[in-house]
Design a protein around this ligand. Structure first.
Ligand code: SF4
Ligand code: SF4
Length: 340
């Protein structure tokens, strides 16, 4: 597997990493077996998160069964120093480690959250303290907003960024990826399969792999799916005319319904979490049905029900998505799933 440096962290990993979401939706033995298989096959970068349910614990169990060295990354949505410290301690316990290579401020959606985490007493301060104590090696940030990432890269407070990148969301390739790489900030690409929307994972993978110097972290829940990804990784990334045509067809099909999670449509006067509700189908694919019944997804669904169809968000969406209609469709779909 070809190896790259993660920015200036001094870490070197294979470009094909492992994303920790899908292993949370299968039984534990299958999850552990899948992680072990990936690691034994050469994966040496694993990314998980505090809020990926059982993911950290299962990765921890798998890593106890191998001597292979893995660069381990996790993340938390704690916004204060105390909250992220508490989450980091839980991550270490779940992963059965006393040190993590990378800990990231997770899902920093906009400038307001960014200001919160970099302020005195914020998450960044908590992670810097943890780094000084030798609990973590490096500090990163993940966001769906290219505008925010632009600022993060400019300010240079974080050693890695995680960005959405796929053929349905190719914009990062022109802006944030080259900019971050030029500043020697490590780039981890997420959502290669556009959150499960693209039903041709091999094509999706080929597309993102053709962008050099970034780590990709496709998540899989079986050994077979991992082997399919590895096969793509080991092959040629050049796209045939038929594959390019297929990409165009998929782009056209989803152009007016795929939410890029940029949040330009906010603020909504009713506080509807638009991107969460528009992404509910792909979230269910990734996290499993129980995801709909508890925590923030449940709250997001309840809030979406109060959409007044005022239409204010329509003007703000750069992709002209028919947001109120999509909210309605998704809520109907959620109700069907909950009934089934
Ligand atoms: S149409 Fe619905 S989601 Fe959009 S701004 Fe109005 S209340 Fe919010
Ligand atoms: S609805 Fe449009 S503006 Fe809102 S997050 Fe999705 S793509 Fe961005």
């Amino acid at each position: 597997m070809n190896r790259i440096a993660i920015g200036k962290t001094g870490l070197k990993v294979n470009r094909l990493g492992f994303g920790g979401i899908p292993i949370a939706r299968v039984d534990e033995s299958q999850a552990v077996e899948t992680v072990l298989h990936a690691v034994e096959s050469g994966v040496d970068f694993i990314d998980t998160a505090r809020n990926y349910k059982t993911s950290e614990r299962r990765i921890g169990i798998a890593l106890q069964q191998t001597n292979k060295r893995v660069v381990l990354a996790s993340k938390s949505q704690g916004r204060t120093a105390d909250d992220i410290r508490a989450d980091l301690e839980t991550s270490l316990k779940e992963l059965q480690k006393d040190y993590l290579d990378l800990y990231q401020c997770h899902f920093v959606r906009d400038d307001q959250v960014y200001q919160e985490i970099i302020a005195p007493g914020g998450a960044l301060e908590g992670l810097m303290q943890a780094k000084q104590e030798g609990l973590i090696g490096h500090i990163g940030l993940t966001s769906h907003s290219l505008d925010l990432l632009e600022r993060v890269v400019d300010e240079g407070l974080f050693e890695t960024i995680m960005v959405c990148y796929s053929f349905l969301e190719p914009k990062a390739k022109e802006s944030i990826i080259p900019k971050a790489l030029a500043k020697n900030i490590g780039v981890i690409a997420m959502k290669s399969f556009s959150g499960g929307v693209v039903d041709d994972p091999q094509l999706a993978l080929k597309y993102v792999l053709s962008q050099p110097d970034i780590i990709i972290i496709p998540g899989v829940e079986t050994k077979e799916l991992f082997d399919q990804n590895r096969k793509v990784f080991q092959g040629s990334y050049s796209l045939s005319p038929a594959e390019k045509l297929k990409i165009e067809t998929i782009r056209n099909r989803y152009g007016k319904s795929f939410c890029r999670r940029c949040d330009y449509c906010q603020p909504c006067s009713e506080e509807v979490p638009i991107q969460l509700i528009l992404g509910v189908r792909s979230a269910l694919k990734r996290f499993g049905k129980s995801f709909l019944q508890e925590g923030w997804p449940r709250e997001a669904i309840d809030k979406a029900r109060i959409c007044s169809e005022c239409g204010e968000c329509l003007e703000r969406c750069p992709y002209q998505l028919p947001i109120p209609d999509l909210i309605k469709e998704n809520l109907e779909w959620v109700d069907e799933q909950l009934k089934a």
